[in-house]
Design a protein around this ligand. Structure first.
Ligand SMILES: O=C(O)CCC(=O)C1=CC=C[C@@H](O)[C@@H]1C(=O)O
Ligand SMILES: [Mg+2]
Length: 339
């Protein structure tokens, strides 16, 4: 397959990136992906603010794709939108059912809710209770689940039998691997269990993001601008995959969420609400008000980080140094690819 190169046409020097970089540490209302604070580098690019925030454990080659996205958004800008607003889902982390109502109150009129399931240390009964709690608060909402590839084949079948009665829009990455998804999808069809399968990790963490579509292993793909190396590369992946796509966040700050909204706004078709509602999980952000949905939608306003908030949430000197070194290594990966 041919994809756009990872780097933007002009890769700025590492010195320029570092001069324009602000490292922040933002508290979250709930634990998400095992963290209670989000660290991010925000770049004051000539075409607008952009974000470099690969998860802390990611190696440099993977982090370089996130930097390619930041360079594209900040130095090239976003592609022209084909719509003026994007629908978003509320995201419910693997919290106790008793906390669901309070969490959902942070979202304004969500028409769709994504519920995290299969959390380590929890049971299927916890997942059922969490979905039931969501259903009780929002009887009309579309529901989807995300297992983050934590089930095995048989476990997934048992879980999906139990959760399908909630009327799932789809199940995101129920099991690991492209073969695992394909096998599960076949078995669901054989059993007449009507749950669509969405691929997330099998798109963003595979060396070939199109492999899952080529294998016929999923009904739809989840696309995230930072992990896929930028908005234009993600658009090209969706075009070549030929499957419906769900745009989602990488737990970005408001700046990264706006880039994700730029991806969603530029897609020719947007059949599903986007996972770009995660700004509501932040206690504080780099813009005020944060880039959160109202009436279940994000508008396409300009998002520019506020200097006072950047200062208030500035990371420690030690974290800043760590991020600058990481930025430099990711830059070296992109520079080597450009040669
Ligand atoms: O899609 C959403 O509703 C929100 C984003 C989201 O779920 C994720 C963001 C960041 C990291 C991931 O573990 C997670 C996901 O797996 O989709
Ligand atoms: Mg996911």
């Amino acid at each position: 397959m041919s994809l756009l190169p990872l780097q933007s046409p002009t890769l700025p020097s590492v010195e320029e990136l570092q001069e324009r970089a602000h490292v922040v540490c933002l508290p979250l209302h709930v634990r998400f992906r095992g963290v209670v604070e989000r660290q991010a580098v925000l770049l004051d690019g000539p075409q607008g603010w952009s974000e470099f925030s690969p998860f802390l454990e990611y190696a440099d080659a993977e982090a370089a794709r996130w930097l390619a996205c930041a360079v594209e958004a900040g130095w090239e800008g976003l592609p022209a939108p084909v719509r003026t607003a994007v629908p978003v889902n509320a995201t419910v982390p693997a919290i106790p059912a008793s906390d669901v109502e309070q969490l959902l109150a942070r979202y304004d009129a969500p028409g769709t809710v994504k519920v995290k399931v299969a959390e380590a240390g929890q049971t299927l009964a916890d997942d059922v209770a969490r979905l039931a709690a969501v259903r009780a608060v929002l009887p009309q909402a579309r529901l989807r689940i995300d297992a983050n590839q934590s089930w095995g084949h048989r476990e997934a079948l048992v879980a999906l039998e139990a959760l399908a009665p909630f009327g799932l829009e789809y199940a995101e990455q129920p099991v690991p691997g492209i073969e695992g998804l394909a096998r599960l999808r076949e078995e669901l069809a054989r059993r007449g269990l009507p749950v669509l399968i969405a691929a997330d990790e099998s798109v963003r963490k595979e060396s070939d993001p199109l492999a899952v579509a080529q294998a016929g292993a999923a009904d739809l793909i989840v696309v995230k601008a930072q992990p896929l190396g930028g908005v234009r590369r993600a658009l090209e992946i969706v075009r070549q995959a030929g499957l419906p796509a769900v745009v989602s966040s990488a737990l970005d700050t408001s700046v990264g969420l706006r880039v994700g909204a730029g991806l969603a706004a530029a897609l020719p078709q947007l059949p599903y609400a986007c996972g770009l509602g995660t700004g509501s999980l932040f206690v504080s952000d780099v813009v005020e008000p944060g880039y959160v949905a109202s009436g279940g939608e994000l508008d396409l306003r300009t998002v520019a980080a506020d200097p006072a908030l950047l200062a208030r949430h500035a990371a420690s000197a030690e974290r800043r140094e760590w991020w600058m070194a990481r930025l430099s290594r990711a830059h070296a990966v992109l520079a080597a690819q450009a040669r």
